[in-house]
Design a protein around this ligand. Structure first.
Ligand SMILES: NC(=O)c1ccc[n+]([C@@H]2O[C@H](COP(=O)([O-])OP(=O)(O)OC[C@H]3O[C@@H](n4cnc5c(N)ncnc54)[C@H](O)[C@@H]3O)[C@@H](O)[C@H]2O)c1
Length: 364
C-alpha cells in the first residue's frame, strides 16, 4: 500500500494534490477532511476517478475516509502523512498538531503567517524526526533546477542582480469567493500569497538575503492587504535583487519574469507559465539548446511529491523544499513588509514578525 496520506482542506488547490497523488506509485489517499461535507465528497470522487484511470489494482480504489473534524484524522494511527491545503491562517496550528501526532506533513505555501511559528515547526519536525515539505513546487521545475545548476557552477560568473517581475490579475470575485483571502490574519498580501514562489527562486539561486527595503500599496480591490509590492534586496555576497509585484494587471495575468544578470552571462525567463526564454547566455556550451528542451516540461508537482515520497520510503535525508528552506522566502517577504511599515531598510535575520502587525500600516 505504501504511504497513506490524509488531506485537510478540500478547496481549490487540493485538486492539484489529489491529481498528483492519484498518479503516484507507493502512495494512497486514505482520508480527506473539510468542514464542508460536499467538498470532502467531491475530493473523494475526484481521487477515485483519477486513480481508476491510472492504476490497475482495484484494491487501491478504497474511497478515502471522510473526517469533518481533522483531529479525528490525526488520531488515526494508519495515516502516515498529512497534506495541509486549508487557508493559510490555519497552516501553523494544523501542522503543529500533525507533528505532535507523529505525522509527516506536506504544507501549502506560505508555511505560516508568523516567523516564530515557522521556526517552531521546523524545530518540532526535527525533534520528532518527521519531514515537512513546503509546496514551493517551482523549485522542482526542470528549467529552474537548470538555472540553479548553472549559477552554482559559475556559468554566469558572479551574479550582480536578480529581478522578479510578477504581473498578475486577481479579480474582486477571486477575493469574494473565500472570506480569508486578502486578510492579514488568514492570508497575507499578494507577495506572500502569489509572489512567494518567485521570491523563493531568487533567494534559492542567489543565496541568503541580508537586507530588504520595501514598500507596498493597494489598488482598487476592497481588501485589507497589498496589491502592489516593491522591494530592493541585498544578498550576503553584496548582489542586489529587485522585486516588482502586483495583482492589478488588468484584465488578466501577464505572468512572472525572472532575470539574473551576471558578469559572464544573463538569463531571463517568463511568459504566463515560464514558457518563454528572453535571454539565455552562459559560459557553458550547448546551454541554450538544453534550456529550450527543458522549458516546456511542467511536471514539477509530481517531481515534488516524488522527492518527498523517496525521503519517507528511505527514512533518511530531507526533501529539497523542507521546513528550513520554507522559512527563507517567508523571512524575506516579512522583512519587506516590516520595511514598508517602518519606512526603513530592514536587516535579516529578523527577530520576529507576524502578518497581523501590518494592520498598523499607514497607507499613503
Ligand atoms: N502552491 C501553490 O501554487 C498554491 C496555489 C494556490 C493556493 N495555495 C495555497 O493553498 C491554500 C488553500 O488555498 P485555496 O485557494 O485552495 O483555498 P480554498 O478556500 O479554496 O480552500 C480551503 C479549504 O479549506 C477548508 N477548511 C477551512 N477550515 C478547515 C478546517 N478546520 N478543517 C478542514 N478544512 C477546512 C475550506 O472549507 C476550504 O474547502 C492557501 O494557503 C494558499 O496560499 C498554493
Amino acid at each position: 500500500m505504501g504511504i497513506r496520506f490524509g488531506l485537510i482542506g478540500c478547496g481549490r488547490i487540493a485538486r492539484r494534490h489529489i491529481f498528483t497523488l492519484a498518479r503516484s506509485n507507493d502512495v494512497h489517499l486514505a482520508a480527506v477532511s473539510d468542514i464542508m461535507k460536499e467538498r470532502m465528497e467531491e475530493a473523494s470522487r475526484l481521487y477515485q476517478s483519477y486513480r481508476a484511470e491510472t492504476l490497475a489494482q482495484q484494491d487501491e480504489l478504497t474511497p478515502p475516509q471522510p473526517y469533518q473534524n481533522f483531529m479525528d484524522m490525526l488520531a488515526n494511527p494508519d495515516i502516515d502523512a498529512i497534506i495541509i491545503t486549508t487557508l493559510s491562517g490555519l497552516h501553523a496550528d494544523i501542522t503543529r498538531k500533525a507533528l505532535l501526532h507523529n505525522k509527516h506533513v506536506v504544507l501549502e505555501k506560505p508555511m505560516t503567517l508568523s516567523l516564530a511559528e515557522a521556526n517552531e515547526l521546523a524545530k518540532l519536525a526535527d525533534e520528532r524526526r518527521r519531514r515537512i515539505l513546503v509546496c514551493h513546487q517551482l523549485r522542482y521545475r526542470p528549467i529552474m533546477q537548470e538555472i540553479k545548476r548553472l549559477v552554482d557552477s559559475g556559468a554566469l560568473g558572479r551574479i550582480h542582480l536578480g529581478v522578479a517581475s510578477i504581473r498578475l490579475y486577481r479579480s474582486p470575485e477571486y477575493y469574494a469567493a473565500a472570506a480569508w483571502r486578502g486578510t492579514w490574519e488568514e492570508d497575507g498580501g499578494m507577495l506572500l500569497n502569489q509572489g512567494i514562489h518567485a521570491v523563493d527562486l531568487l533567494q534559492w539561486w542567489m543565496g541568503d538575503v541580508t537586507q530588504v527595503y520595501g514598500d507596498i500599496s493597494r489598488g482598487s480591490a476592497k481588501k485589507e492587504t497589498e496589491d502592489i509590492a516593491l522591494g530592493i534586496l541585498t544578498f550576503a555576497d553584496g548582489a542586489r535583487g529587485l522585486i516588482e509585484a502586483n495583482t492589478i494587471t488588468y484584465p488578466n495575468n501577464m505572468g512572472t519574469v525572472l532575470s539574473l544578470f551576471g558578469e559572464k552571462g544573463a538569463i531571463s525567463i517568463g511568459g504566463t507559465a515560464f514558457n518563454e526564454i528572453y535571454r539565455w547566455c552562459t559560459l557553458e556550451a550547448g546551454s541554450e539548446e538544453r534550456a529550450a528542451s527543458l522549458i516546456t516540461k511542467e511536471d514539477e508537482h509530481e517531481r515534488m511529491y516524488g522527492d518527498f515520497i523517496r525521503v519517507l520510503l528511505s527514512g533518511s535525508g530531507q526533501p529539497l523544499m523542507n521546513g528550513n528552506e520554507g522559512k527563507k522566502a517567508l523571512e524575506s517577504i516579512f522583512a519587506l513588509y516590516a520595511s514598508a511599515l517602518s519606512r526603513m531598510p530592514v536587516s535579516l535575520p529578523l527577530a520576529s514578525f507576524v502578518t497581523t502587525s501590518m494592520k498598523e500600516m499607514k497607507w499613503l
